[in-house]
Ligand binder design. Structure first.
Ligand SMILES: *[C@@H]1O[C@H](CO)[C@@H](O)[C@H](O)[C@H]1NC(C)=O
Ligand SMILES: *[C@@H]1O[C@H](CO)[C@@H](O)[C@H](O)[C@H]1NC(C)=O
Ligand SMILES: *[C@@H]1O[C@H](CO)[C@@H](O)[C@H](O)[C@H]1NC(C)=O
Length: 729
């Protein structure tokens, strides 16, 4: 009891002292800004002000803007009018320091204490930001005082001063809302008498204000102890207020990714989780309705897998509307199959096929507009067919970020190619930002405001019905559809975010995708090896590679899972589609074991132009397991003979005993005994040992010569297929 009585007052004292100190700062300093709309840039400004504990007063919110266009240098008079009337209330507060600043393109890099200290060191009653470039009237240059060091010209985007002086500064304002504020302040400053009376100086060396226009080369980000500051290298200063004026908005976005957030690069920004909107706890029927726009704009491998993953997305189908644009004749059946089998499960489905002859940009406009016109549609999720969404929670994760426009980071596996750009070149094309590689490779983690996203992104329906309500988002001059989209969105002051806070998936490589085969994905082992593996390699192969689940049905005969059912089916169908089975006569006979002539009914891998791919498959999947099972033996998996054999009772049911012309042989069962055929199997005569019930997708691996003299047991019903390779002949 007595202890707590003792401790408590101390604690209170400490707290009140702390809050008193920060309060004092607040009472002495007020930030005024004009914002007629709460843009994302404005909210960023607000967040940075809150972060550093600035007290801000916003002028003109929800007022109509008459101050001219953002991009033009003229205009801005409205800001003076609003400031003038606001200052009337503060004119007598001699100790009050007021910072006036733009807000759409401004962030704070430090707090009030540092700002006030630097202001007082400037020993002026009013300090304006400085500019490298003179505007709006170049003819005024001669009137500007010379400076020995630093920037010579006034910038009206930011200034700080004692309230009575600022009040006097704008007291004479009589102009129109559309007149230039920059010109007004310039004329005051260039009048020596006014300059003296108001005691105005410029922040020549960017100790307080950093205008980025014309100064990009001077400014770098400096990382220290998880904190980031923008440093001006020309003057060796750490500016407090950073302004992305003129054409430097994207550079400010870049800086804003790091400031004023506190960073640990492996785990990301500490305040990027702000504004989250949780979906957890919502019943399925309460989840937002999303329209997923799917774009098959070019021949794309693994499309069936794409649709399978779409099915497995952790989001109720009844809350999903589908819009599919398929530009490719080649994919007609895959899209139709998906819609026939699963369309009913979704809230709605609309398909535009190749016969409709709708081009990429137009199709994307149609998809977006379907969501825009439907008040129920809360999100539009654009998904290109070459994206591989591995994370089934992607849609929920993006929704919870609560941004207008957001993309999950996806890149080509092992490559730097991704679905975002970190910077733009002067002509609006790709430029590599300093942090691009670190973000793609996951060394910097966070939520990034970037100039370009593509392939997969989520947009809020509400923003489609307000800020970006124009029906054509996907055209702009000569830009391609994706670039035009990003350009048009940026023009509306909307940020494009990309997140790499989770792993989401990757993008397929579309290069070298041939469409000349029946099952073209089989040929993708070089271009998209991971996707190939997922589709064609048995799920328990990896365990087998670690020695688990390998059976030994006969001495030195190993038996393990290798191919998926799909791989088996597609290989058989490719062969049957090719159809030129050898007749089992001498014209296509192979000399096996050096002396025996044991012909089979078969088609070789090279006959379907599959030998390069088969070789790669043997190298990637057979060689590593061989080295495990036959220690000390290193195979190059060279082969001369690799083929699919067909056994049928009325054609060729079995194969007489023989040696193989190989060091070892793999023999993969391509269909199901008991379902597709009866009988079959393999008998090793020396051991009087048979493998009688071959398992689809499993391979036998056994020595070829000397010990493993063997025969193919008769297939008594149906058709049996096996894939055989003689390795290291
Ligand atoms: C502002 O006033 C101080 C003294 O009060 C003076 O030293 C300084 O030169 C003045 N600056 C300008 C720009 O007039
Ligand atoms: C893989 O192994 C597990 C465990 O033995 C088994 O349950 C599963 O069916 C196997 N997968 C396939 C495709 O055979
Ligand atoms: C081979 O094994 C079968 C049963 O597994 C047996 O009936 C037969 O006698 C054996 N043949 C020889 C030659 O050992």
């Amino acid at each position: 009891m007595s202890l707590s009585r003792l401790v408590l007052p101390l604690l209170l004292l400490f707290i009140s002292k702390g809050s008193c100190a920060s309060k004092q700062q607040h009472d002495n300093l007020l930030v005024l800004t004009v914002a007629t709309k709460e843009t994302e840039g404005f909210r960023r400004f607000q967040r940075s002000a809150q972060f550093f504990n600035y007290k801000i007063q916003v002028l003109g919110l929800n007022e109509e803007w008459h101050g001219g266009e953002d991009k033009k240098t003229a205009g801005g008079g409205q800001k003076i009018r609003l400031l003038k009337s606001a200052l009337e209330g503060y004119a007598v507060q001699e100790d009050l320091v007021i910072l006036f600043t733009e807000s759409y393109d401004v962030i704070f890099a430090s707090g009030p204490t540092e700002l006030l200290k630097k202001f007082k060191q400037a020993k002026s009653k009013v300090v304006f930001s400085s500019e490298t470039l003179i505007y709006p009237d170049r003819r005024l240059e001669a009137k500007y005082p010379q400076v020995r060091d630093g920037k010579r010209f006034l910038g009206s985007g930011g200034f700080i001063g004692y309230a009575p002086y600022l009040s006097k500064l704008v007291a004479d304002w009589q102009g129109l809302d559309s007149d230039s504020d920059q010109l007004f302040y310039t004329n005051v400053f260039l009048d020596p008498e006014k300059r003296g009376n108001l005691n105005i100086s410029l922040d020549h060396r960017c100790r307080i204000f950093q205008n980025l226009n014309g100064a990009l080369d001077e400014v770098v980000l400096k990382f220290e102890n998880g904190r980031v500051r923008a440093r001006n290298l020309a003057f060796d200063t750490l500016p407090v207020v950073i302004h992305g004026d003129g054409p430097t908005k994207l550079q400010l976005n870049y800086i804003g990714n790091y400031i004023p957030q506190i960073w640990t690069f492996e785990t990301g920004c500490t305040v990027c989780s702000e504004g989250l909107k949780s979906l957890s706890g919502l019943k399925e029927e309460a989840l937002p309705v999303v329209l997923i726009g799917i774009f098959v704009e070019q021949p794309t491998p693994f499309l069936a897998s794409f649709f399978q993953r779409l099915q497995k997305l952790h989001y109720p189908q009844k809350r999903i509307q589908l819009f599919i644009h398929n530009h490719e004749e080649h994919h007609l059946s895959q899209v139709d199959n998906f819609v026939d089998e699963h369309g009913e499960e979704y809230r709605s489905v609309k398909v535009i096929g190749p016969e409709d002859r709708v081009e990429n940009a137009d199709a994307r406009n149609i998809g977006i507009d379907l969501c825009r016109q439907d008040p129920v549609c809360e999100y539009y999720f654009s998904l290109d067919a070459e994206t591989v969404v591995k994370n089934p929670d992607t849609l929920r994760i993006l929704m919870e970020q609560n941004k207008f426009v957001i993309a999950p980071l996806v890149n080509r596996l092992g490559k730097l190619w991704s679905n975002f750009w970190g910077a733009l070149s002067a002509d609006g094309y790709y430029a590599r930002s300093e942090d691009y590689i670190d973000i793609v490779q996951g060394r910097r983690v966070g939520l990034w405001n970037v100039p370009y996203i593509s392939s997969i992104y989520l947009i809020k329906g509400s923003v489609l019905r307000s800020q970006i309500a124009q029906p054509d988002l996907f055209h702009s001059g000569k830009l391609d559809a994706d670039m035009a989209f990003c350009h048009n969105i940026r023009e509306q002051g909307i940020f494009l975010f990309v997140t790499n806070q989770q792993h989401f998936g990757h993008i397929l490589s579309l290069e070298n995708y041939q469409t000349t085969h029946l099952h073209n994905d089989l040929w993708q082992i070089f271009s998209n090896p991971e996707d190939w593996k997922e589709k064609y390699i048995h799920e328990n192969y990896t365990a087998a590679l670690k020695g688990k689940g390998i059976e030994t049905p006969c001495p030195d005969v190993y038996w393990f899972p290798l191919l998926t059912d799909t791989a088996c089916d597609e290989l058989v169908e490719e062969m049957e589609n090719f159809g030129q089975w050898s007749k089992g006569d001498n014209t296509d006979s192979r000399i096996l074991g050096g002396y025996e002539n044991v012909p089979t009914i078969d088609i070789h891998m090279n006959q379907i132009n599959f030998e390069r791919e088969w070789y790669k498959f043997l190298l990637d999947y057979i060689a590593p397991i061989t080295e495990k099972l036959y220690p000390g033996y290193y195979t190059k998996t060279q082969f001369e003979l690799a083929f699919v054999v067909r056994y049928k009772p009325d054609e060729q049911p079995s194969l007489m005993p023989h040696h193989d012309a190989s060091t070892f042989t793999i023999n993969i069962a391509l269909n199901h005994v008991g379902i597709d055929y009866e009988g079959g199997g393999c008998r090793f005569l020396r051991y009087n040992c048979s493998v009688r019930a071959p398992r689809k997708g499993w391979t036998l691996m056994h020595p070829g010569r000397l010990t493993h003299y063997h025969e193919g047991l008769p297939t008594t019903k149906g058709t049996r297929y096996i894939a055989v390779s003689f390795l290291d002949p």
